[in-house]
Design a protein around this ligand. Sequence first.
Ligand code: CTP
Length: 449
Amino acid sequence: MKKVITYGTYDLLHQGHINILRRAKELGDYLIVGVTNDNFDRERGKLNVRNNVLERVEAVKATGYADKIIIEDYVGQKIDDIQKYGVDVFAIGSDWEGKFDYLKEYCDVVYLPRTEGISSTMLREEMTNDTNIGIIGCGRVANRFPSEASFVSSVNILGAYDADKDVMKAWKAKFPGHKCYDNADELISEADAVYIATPHLSHCDYIKKALKAKKHVLCETPMALNGQTARELYELAEKQGVILMEANKTAHCPAFNHLVSLIKSGVIGEVVDVEASLSKLWDDNMSLREFDPLQAGGSMYELGSYPLLPILKFCGLNYESLNFYSRMKDGVDMYTKGLLRYPHATCSFKVGLGVKTEGNLVISGTKGYAYVPAPWWKTDYFELRYEDQNDNKKFFYKWDGTGLRYEIQEFISCIINNRFSSARLRRRESIRMADIMQQFAERKNMFEI
Ligand code: CTP
């Protein structure tokens, strides 16, 4: 029996896919089709795939050409598959001409003619109009937004607004193609969506303005500094039929997402402890907003939502107690340690703008633990470790650019699919983070050291 193998994403299955599967099948007696898994696609830069892997497998199955469907998970898998299944012919479209010649060592390689005039990319572009995003607040993070957005299809950066004229001038010099707005209202009225990266205390007003104008909102973390405000904002967004998302880049990065799925599926047993730390020594410039108590400066507001993410993800929202221990200077916390007690777990975090500490993440379970070295909030590597070292596993990922593209992609996907909550950072998780910020503001169970 002559076995043929072919691979693809097969998103929005189209005539080009059907033709290539038919031609591939005609090369032998048995056709194996490798369908890329969602994580693998994201890692290789395909950020906009519409159908998830199960839908894509179903679509390939429905063509009737595949005798076996497998999932492609990793680079190098093709060689393993060819040997494992005793494949005689590897077939792929002519757009890959020459790229798979290295497989000739293992089997015949055939490049089949590609169907002209159709592709998943074309279909995706036809299905959606561009989302015009306006940027409010042109500081450090916002400066990275336009180049990151260029990796996500269906996004167009319309222009920007900043209350500070000098900042606006610098923006204009850096991004001459963008329209610079004199006021936020005008930007909001012309945009389909806004990205808010202003100082924390102004988030709420801008979010409300945009939501009332029925515009989607992506707001930098911490989106809100009290739970009730966060709750009301999400309710308003849903009532207005638009998406509101908190921009926490760790929540959207591929490696962190895989870590979440692994731990939730029980690979380290029951989670009993989470320790997460993050420090960014910056106290040489005390005039920055980050150190101004009137602008919600300090370590907890600035950095707290990052370590709270794994804590709330792995241990849940219902902790029984939370204590803070803070070192204060001129009204802001230069360092805060938080301790959370759950019925069956305990968690701790350390955040510091004026104290340096090891920035790693350790999740301890009844069967093993996960270790994510610093900077874990930009996860590209982690390990699962066990009593028997032979069971240890290392996981490597790509962290592209400054990482904002993943949250922008999820934001656009929520808009297109009318999804009000993203599993990567649930609304309830974002609300609980705001509750915790509020507890800190009220100095409840907070002890100065
Ligand atoms: N293919 C084809 N003719 C087309 C489109 C795709 O023969 N018009 C083939 C590819 O060469 C490949 C297989 O179909 O062998 C799966 O390709 P895939 O990347 O899933 O499809 P594309 O439509 O090319 O997707 P994209 O636009 O996302 O790259």
